[in-house]
Design a binder for this molecule. Structure first.
Ligand SMILES: [Fe+2]
Length: 467
């Protein structure tokens, strides 16, 4: 029957296919044609075969009464703006852009005289502050840390031996832009203090005037055999007012999706055995079906992740209409936008892996700690080459403005914190624990959805594993 319908330009959602009787009578076929709809939902089929569909009679979401207020900052989105050919000049422009923008922040935040590295020789035995990009770091035989550093005027060496500065020094990553303060004892600067650009200490927490909420998803992995379709259906049902906490459901106006929408194909060796849908377009078709099923008043903002079908290196451009058709806000990765005036920075989080491997005290169980490191460094992928980065002439990974919400995913583990006025949210996954994760000892937290009430600054986590 599906083939006959499709020949007449009528398609069934995956849900609808699942409830279709095994030998559908011709009468049902005629009834479907009579609906005159190009896309047939699960509810349509259930109504036609006289199965009672429970519909809440009184769910009237307040979010429906407001028009959407989303402003996407296209200056900070690579979509349509990739200029690089990956040549030496692109690398130079990329690092120069990173250095210039982050050093400007450090100049504003610090005290003391900043000197350029070309002037170091004129300040022997004096206390100075230098703002530099770290090109290398190693431990000396005496257990001190030796940094090779550079700015736009020259190169120098920095030694940290002071116990007080040592703990901070161990957190300095290659390619970080930092300020070192200390005395010049040629050929070194002996550092006593290290500063990252960081967020301003005091920032006013923004609230919306209207009482609406924003929900956060990532790492759905449509197409994977571990994809938890029933739990995602329960989430969608909840947004329709079917379930508990109806009042909160009715406030949800925005849905942010931070990448890994599909499981993709060829992402890792032998991925085929983990896929139930091996066609990338059918994987995105499942996403289209999910979007189609959402209440009309919900605005969706979605960017790609490392499993999605855009270029693998970051920054990634927005997913195109060739992948899915629904009319949503398509953004790059990373991307900045404001929702009702609340500034959001959304980044898939691919660099969390290299950060965990390099920053002491970080782990997969607390992705929010890594995300705080992004804010401190004002950069979303500090270690160049830890994950694939495309050297665009503008470094799109710089955290230009302090966001009110930083939203990432990638590690399939929910995590939250507040850092200097920024709500830090890792939105987990809708994928079950994979064999690979079992081997790694990683315990994901599927089907937990953070929902932020923006008028009150309250974050809720809803568990869709239970109905
Ligand atoms: Fe990912």
């Amino acid at each position: 029957m599906i083939g006959d319908l499709s020949a007449r330009g009528i398609r069934l959602t995956t849900d609808a296919e699942a409830v279709l009787p095994s030998n559908p009578p011709n009468e049902l076929f005629q009834k479907i044609l009579a609906l005159g709809k190009p896309l047939i939902s699960r509810e349509d089929i259930l109504l036609l075969i006289n199965v009672e569909v429970k519909r809440p009679s009184f769910f009237s979401p307040p979010a429906k009464e407001y028009s959407a207020n989303i402003k996407i900052d296209h200056r900070l989105d690579v979509t349509g703006k990739s200029r690089t050919k990956g040549g030496v000049d692109n690398f130079v422009s990329h690092f120069r852009n990173r250095y210039e923008r982050i050093s400007r922040m450090l100049r504003r935040s610090g005290t003391g005289d900043n000197i350029d590295l070309c002037d170091v020789v004129r300040h022997i035995n004096e206390k100075v502050r230098i703002i530099v990009l770290v090109s290398d770091v190693r431990e000396t035989k005496k257990g001190n840390l030796l940094f090779e550093v550079e700015d736009l005027t020259g190169q120098f060496k920095v030694v940290v031996s002071n116990e007080k500065a040592m703990e901070k020094a161990r957190n300095v990553l290659k390619d970080d832009v930092v300020a070192f303060s200390g005395k010049i004892l040629e050929p070194f600067l002996i550092a006593e203090e290290i500063e990252w650009p960081d967020l301003p200490v005091i920032r006013e927490k923004k609230r919306t005037e209207i009482d609406v909420a924003s929900a956060y998803l990532s790492d759905i992995h449509f197409g994977s055999r571990y994809f938890l379709d029933k739990y995602l259906d329960t989430f969608s049902d909840w947004l329709h007012g079917r379930g508990e906490a109806k009042e909160l459901a009715g406030k949800v106006k925005y849905l942010n999706i931070a990448g890994d929408i599909v499981d993709g194909i060829g992402i890792y060796p032998n991925q085929e055995k983990d896929l139930v849908v091996k066609d990338i377009y059918r994987q995105y078709q499942m996403f289209d079906d999910f979007l189609e099923d959402l209440p009309d008043h919900i605005e969706v903002i979605a960017g790609p992740g490392n499993h999605d079908a855009v270029r693998r290196g970051e920054p990634q451009p927005a997913m195109g209409k060739d992948l899915f058709e629904s009319d949503i806000h398509r953004v790059g990765n990373p991307c900045s936008f404001s929702i009702e005036g609340i500034k959001h920075l959304m980044y898939h989080g691919t660099s969390i892996d290299s950060m965990i491997a390099s920053v002491p005290g970080t782990s997969y169980s607390h992705p929010e700690k890594v995300m705080t490191e992004y804010l401190k460094r004002r950069h979303l992928s500090p270690l160049y080459g830890g994950n694939l980065i495309i050297p665009e002439n503008v470094d799109y990974m710089v955290v230009e403005e302090p966001p009110d919400v930083l939203h990432c995913g990638h590690v399939h583990k929910n995590g939250y914190t507040q850092y200097r006025g920024t709500f830090v949210i890792n939105s987990g996954t809708f994928q079950d624990r994979t064999d690979f994760q079992i081997k790694q000892g990683h315990v994901p937290t599927p089907a937990l959805v953070p929902v932020y009430e923006m008028k009150y600054g309250r974050l809720h986590t809803l568990d869709f594993k239970s109905s």
